[in-house]
Design a protein around this ligand. Structure first.
Ligand SMILES: *[C@@H]1O[C@H](CO)[C@@H](O)[C@H](O)[C@H]1NC(C)=O
Ligand SMILES: *[C@@H]1O[C@H](CO)[C@@H](O)[C@H](O)[C@H]1NC(C)=O
Ligand SMILES: *[C@@H]1O[C@H](CO)[C@@H](O)[C@H](O)[C@H]1NC(C)=O
Ligand SMILES: *[C@@H]1O[C@H](CO)[C@@H](O)[C@H](O)[C@H]1NC(C)=O
Ligand SMILES: *[C@@H]1O[C@H](CO)[C@@H](O)[C@H](O)[C@H]1NC(C)=O
Length: 675
């Protein structure tokens, strides 16, 4: 069905006056233009939480909002219409979940996929139609602040704002780029009868191998397959074109405004960058220490003269941080961390018990009690046929219920992850009470940040001891350092990578990086923010971002969101720990890294207040509730890893290693690789 026909028939008097005889596409463009040109105060207002124009003491409401009643009536009419349809979509999601998880109905993930797709399409068409309706409303003419936020959030869209044909194209491009990660396209070592995929085969190999040549082979060949007929670069460029198009429908001249839509902040990237610089001293010490480890493992074969770490080796370091037999040594090899696997199997016995323990954690701080009906109807095991090498729990939202499909594996990692899933379930229960449009997190990554704080808490010795998985509530100093080191690799090395991937995309989108200089621009960022170089010289004939870059192009899990949830996650964790008084700055008995804020209703109150508010307020207002701060900061990360930072500085000094690296990208346009 052509959407433009629909709108012609269903124009409201207000729309007719504003937008005579236009098709759906032009209608949105015009609306956006009009907002931009005629009502510049309204677009300004989308950046500012409170009215700014002419809000002097002399102004009365009547002159400030002369048409409020009319606009509010229209807005409410559109929103009521959409809320009713949304109820239908939730009912189908619920039914689909119950079918999928009820034995004997004959539904499985495969035959349910088209139904899921159909529901998703209906949802997309609904928000598209709603955005069109709402884009005719000047937001600043609305008096009611919650209504204003609902309209503001729903009137603009990201990829969902594209017309069907363009949206399908964007989806196909995304799909193509996701296959770079999971399809078998690289010849196995010395054997082209067999091909392997980046995930899981190549990354698993990188975790275990001690051969630098193997690492280099896979690194290079995966990229040369992607460079064949420019397939990676051209898919990426076409995808960026779609992102730009989506921004144009919002009237955004700078396309990243649409990419950062829900952050509601001018130059959001600057704020992210500031955090990266804030933790840079710690990053550089860790980087210098790791480079020394790598050199002593690989010796002269490793070409790392500039003090930077080659990309393939960095990948290996990250991969094997949790491996039981790491290629690189931990700070205190004779003080291994106690293994909890056996105790976990003895004590927690079933995955349901893991869920119950996680639920208990949130109950202990005063959040919702998970009802019996949750366990009976809405908490279901993932079917055996779907469990691959790794499976991930999935949380569902169809208010008033929240639902879970969980992975039936019993291990430490799943235990920690379940605390994150449970945070999301709690969030879903609270936000489900809010009106449609503000029944969500205030910005992407906010919910995951709260989840991250719970995940960090659940992995502390204090918490593992509480669960009777460890005999002691603290580790020895050496073990504790090993633990911080492993976690640090995971977190501190990841932050600049998320940032680089996000910045690269945004800079291409906004035209700061041209199509002729993509690859070297990428290596420039890697060198500047992470001290990483390619294993060999590169030019513009390849397109070298790693597989996580492609993963982050999916608007469902962008690198921006990952970055925010890591940073804000540690900020929240710190705030909850301060509230619980389990963290007492300066007191070595109560370090930040061994706090689980279990049982602290003070911490729970902060968490609940943020969850209950959904998106009714700006994310800065909400983060302020917990942290007292309105800006992202590296403080949580720096205080958590403070003992590691001190130790690394001492070690590097002892080893005569200097932190930092030279500016060297090992990439130039004219470089001929075959020479
Ligand atoms: C408005 O406020 C200013 C100071 O903020 C004051 O000088 C002025 O008299 C006020 N005007 C009226 C009409 O109240
Ligand atoms: C203006 O409207 C707001 C919100 O409806 C109300 O709280 C306030 O008292 C009104 N002010 C005047 C001067 O009418
Ligand atoms: C909003 O738009 C849709 C489709 O364009 C239309 O069917 C619907 O009636 C509109 N809602 C209202 C309340 O006008
Ligand atoms: C769930 O199953 C019932 C009975 O088989 C069916 O009528 C219904 O359409 C299914 N719902 C979904 C969303 O697939
Ligand atoms: C627990 O660990 C601390 C710090 O390593 C140690 O002093 C204490 O003796 C341990 N307690 C037990 C019961 O092992």
């Amino acid at each position: 069905m052509r959407a433009s026909k629909m709108i012609d028939r269903h124009l409201t008097p207000h729309q007719q006056a504003l937008l005579p005889n236009v098709t759906i596409t032009r209608c949105r463009l015009l609306a956006a233009l009009c907002l931009l040109l005629c009502l510049s105060s309204a677009t300004l207002a989308t950046q500012t939480p409170t009215p700014v124009v002419a809000a002097t003491n002399a102004t009365t409401n009547a002159t400030k909002y002369p048409h409020a009643a009319v606009y509010e009536a229209h807005a409410n009419q559109y929103l009521d219409w959409a809320s009713t349809r949304m109820q239908g979509i939730w009912a189908r999601r619920r039914s689909s979940f119950l079918n999928l998880t009820t034995k004997g109905r004959g539904y499985n993930a495969i035959n349910q996929a088209p139904i899921k797709q159909e529901i998703e399409n209906d949802y997309r068409h609904l928000v598209y139609a709603l955005a069109m309706n709402l884009s005719t409303i000047p937001v600043m003419q609305l008096k009611d602040p919650v209504l204003r936020r609902r309209v503001r959030r729903l009137a603009k869209l990201q990829l969902y704002g594209l017309p069907d044909k363009d949206y399908e194209e964007a989806k196909d491009l995304l799909h193509t780029m996701q296959t770079f990660i999971t399809s078998r396209m690289v010849c196995s070592l010395g054997d082209c009868q067999q091909t392997v995929a980046m995930v899981p085969a190549i990354v698993n190999h990188a975790m275990r191998t001690k051969s630098l040549a193997d690492l280099e082979y896979f690194w290079r060949v995966w990229r040369s397959v992607l460079a064949d007929r420019n397939r990676a670069k051209s898919a990426f460029i076409s995808y960026v074109r779609m992102l730009r198009l989506a921004a144009s429908y919002n009237g955004h001249i700078t396309p990243s405004r649409t990419w950062y839509l829900y952050y509601d902040t001018d130059n959001f990237q600057r704020e992210l960058e500031n955090v990266v610089w804030e933790i840079m001293p710690l990053y550089q010490e860790l980087h210098a220490y790791l480079l020394k480890c790598v050199r002593s493992t690989y010796g002269e074969k490793l070409y790392a003269d500039e003090g930077a770490i080659p990309a393939h080796v960095l990948e290996q370091i990250v991969r094997q941080a949790w491996s039981p037999r790491p290629v690189f040594r931990t700070p205190f090899p004779t003080h291994q961390l106690p293994t909890v696997k056996q105790r976990l199997e003895e004590i927690l016995v079933t995955p349901v018990k893991i869920i119950k323990k996680s639920a208990e954690f949130f109950e202990s701080i005063g959040l919702n009690h998970m009802s019996d009906s949750f366990y009976e109807r809405f908490s279901r095991r993932i079917g055996d046929e779907e469990i691959g090498s790794d499976c991930h729990a999935e949380v569902f939202y169809f208010p008033p219920e929240a639902a879970l499909r969980y992975c039936p594996k019993l291990d430490y990692k799943k235990l920690m992850q379940m605390h994150g899933n449970m945070a999301e379930l709690q969030y879903n229960l609270y936000r489900g009470r809010l009106p449609f449009g503000v029944d969500s997190e205030p910005c992407p990554g906010f919910a995951a940040a709260i989840g991250e704080a719970a995940v960090i808490a659940s992995g502390t010795p204090r918490h593992l001891n509480r669960l009777h998985l460890l005999f002691n509530h603290s580790l020895s100093e050496e073990q504790s350092m090993n633990r911080l080191f492993r976690m640090g690799i995971h977190t501190i090395l990841a932050i600049p990578q998320y940032f680089i991937n996000d910045k690269f995309l945004v800079d291409v989108m906004d035209g700061h990086i041209g199509a002729q200089e993509l690859n070297c621009a990428y290596w420039n960022l890697q060198n500047k923010y992470a001290g990483i170089v390619p294993p060999q010289r590169r030019n513009e004939n390849t397109f070298d971002p790693d597989f996580k870059f492609y993963r982050g192009l999916n608007p469902e899990k962008p690198n921006t969101e990952k970055l925010l949830s890591e940073i804000l996650g540690y900020q929240f964790y710190r705030a909850f720990c301060l509230a619980s008084e389990q963290y007492r700055p300066g007191d070595p008995e109560y370090p930040l890294h061994n706090c689980d804020f279990h049982g602290s209703t003070k911490a729970g109150d902060l968490m609940r207040q943020m969850m209950e508010a959904g998106a009714t307020r700006h994310w800065r207002d909400l983060m302020e509730i917990a942290t007292g701060e309105r800006k992202l900061s590296g403080k949580g990360v720096m205080e958590y890893y403070a003992p590691l930072y001190t130790w690394l500085k001492e070690q590097n000094k002892k080893n005569g290693v200097e932190a930092g690296w030279e500016t060297e990208t090992r990439c130039s346009k004219d470089y001929n690789i075959s020479s």
